[in-house]
Write a protein that binds this ligand. Structure first.
Ligand SMILES: [Zn+2]
Length: 499
């Protein structure tokens, strides 16, 4: 994700719906190969003009936890938007921009659950009643499968968040029941915090059939075909080995198509935009540059979607949102590149975005600086980005220390432990850029890039940790870099502004 304002501004075709996977044309061999052992979400849903989605989700769940399971937990993220939610996905500071038309609520109601076709008991649990708990009634052994069928009704709020509709555009991020990530012997039921991107999920396959009013143009994770019937259109969407599934529907959308390597790039702008081709072009260049620098993007599509959005941008597998409220042209370009970089850092190489948010955010932000260094014609210089990062970080630390008497400079806090968006943004994004530049000063650009390549190739489709990160960079740079990184993460390395 990209926060809207930074401190230095201060504030900152063939498949079936039964659940059995068969061939899909256009996928790379790598993705196809990975997809074969994964769980598959089969979702059939209808979006009405009343901004409700009714549907059925049938998960062909493969127990890959390494242990026997007697129950399963799924996130119901839309419940964070309900009226009586205790943990809101927005703050008092961001509330006004989230709800331009006044407060609005969303939700997801679960009406029925079946296990292998038999009606099952379920309950709503979690620290904020945002988790669906389903008990199997028996022990599901590692590598065994179960078919979990969930019938739901979703209410979309009128807002500019990841999940919401506003002025003819519907953002559908984190909208369906998704299995909680299994880590350290349990399911991670982290609620929908307002700070950062409070998500973590493994890769899975998706077969989605969405019926929606034909006034809308669809952008989606994966690739799709559509058929029209009366006033409605039905999209059949397939995505293999992706860690989430998001969509956007817009009434005012111009769709441009490009291609880099094996990936088709779509840019969705507004019909009135004058620079549609320029935005497609920079998107293509970013994919080309990151392919060459980090390793090839394994997926067959990537959509960049301009939309009303509370933050600067948001990444999902194969699709990114870029806010239509960004007035500054350079900022708009930076957000496009940052979100595309997340296709390498978050989408392909996953990480725990709650407890190790710095992993993908600092990499996406530094990758953006590398891109603009490679394309100086955009007039966004690498050295200026670094200088600005150091001076704004130093200013932030000085100001907060003066006001509060001390300042947190840790990059490795879980996102809910940061006091506000500014602290999170400075420690996770800005300090991350400084850390990578300092590493480059120490080992040289070639070895830094070798570290990025290694981290990417070693961890594709996995959920990487800081240990995987240290191992890749230490190996590529021929020196143990754990202490170097830990100094930045723990806040013991002092950054001095020498500008
Ligand atoms: Zn980001």
């Amino acid at each position: 994700m990209v926060k809207f304002k930074r401190f230095f501004c201060f504030l900152f075709s063939l498949f079936i719906l039964s659940g059995t996977l068969v061939l899909f044309t256009g996928c790379s061999t790598e993705v196809e190969k990975v997809s074969k052992s994964l769980s598959t979400y089969n979702i059939t849903a209808t979006l009405g003009t009343d901004m409700k989605i009714t549907g059925t989700e049938k998960i062909n769940y493969v127990n890959d936890t390494g242990t026997d399971l007697s129950e399963i937990y799924l996130h119901l993220y839309p419940r964070a938007f309900r009226e009586d939610a205790l943990i809101k996905p927005y703050t008092t500071l961001t509330m006004a921009s989230c709800f331009p038309n006044g407060i609005s609520y969303g939700d997801i109601e679960i009406s029925n659950v079946l296990l292998d076709g038999v009606k099952a008991d379920f309950s709503i649990t979690g620290s904020d009643e945002d988790i669906l708990l389903i008990k199997f009634g028996y022990s599901l052994a590692h590598k065994n499968t179960i078919i979990i069928q969930i019938e739901f009704t979703i209410t979309i709020p009128n807002c500019t968040h990841r999940f919401g509709f506003y002025e003819g555009s519907i953002n559908l991020g984190n909208w369906y029941p998704i299995v909680c990530n299994f880590s350290d012997g349990k399911f991670d039921t982290t609620p929908y915090y307002a700070t950062g991107d409070p998500f973590c999920s493994g890769v899975a396959n998706y077969n989605v059939s969405l019926t929606y009013p034909s006034d809308y143009i669809l952008a989606s994770t994966g690739d799709y075909t559509t058929t029209q019937s009366g006033d409605n259109t039905t999209a059949i969407i397939t995505a293999l080995a992706v860690r989430d599934f998001a969509m956007n529907l817009s009434e005012d959308s111009s769709k441009l198509t490009g291609k880099i390597g094996d990936t088709t790039i779509y840019y969705y702008g507004y019909n009135s935009d004058e620079k549609l081709q320029d935005y497609l072009k920079i998107s293509e260049k970013a994919v080309e540059y990151f392919n060459k620098t980090f390793g090839s993007y394994p997926y067959s599509t990537l959509s960049i979607v301009k939309t009303p959005f509370i933050y600067g941008g948001m990444e999902y597998p194969n699709i990114v949102f870029v806010s239509d409220a960004i007035d500054d042209e350079d900022e708009y370009l930076k957000v496009i590149v940052h979100e595309i970089a997340h296709q390498w850092w978050y989408a392909t190489v996953g990480n725990d975005e709650v407890n190790e948010a710095w992993l993908d955010e600092s990499l996406a932000e530094y990758s953006t600086a590398l891109f603009f260094e490679a394309y100086p014609d955009y007039g966004i210089s690498y050295s200026d980005l670094i200088k600005n990062a150091i001076s704004s970080y130093s200013l932030y630390v000085d100001v907060i220390e003066t006001i509060r008497g001390d300042v947190n400079t840790k990059m490795n806090l879980s996102i809910d432990k940061y006091q506000n968006d500014y602290e999170y943004s400075y420690m996770v994004y800005v300090k991350g850029v400084i850390m990578f530049d300092e590493l480059r000063n120490a080992v040289g650009k070639d070895r830094l890039i070798a570290g990025l390549k290694k981290y990417y190739s070693n961890n594709k489709f996995k959920i990487a940790t800081k240990s995987d990160f240290y191992e890749a960079f230490s190996s590529a740079c021929h020196k143990d870099l754990e202490n170097f990184f830990e100094g930045y993460l723990n806040g013991t390395t002092i950054i001095t502004n020498i500008n």
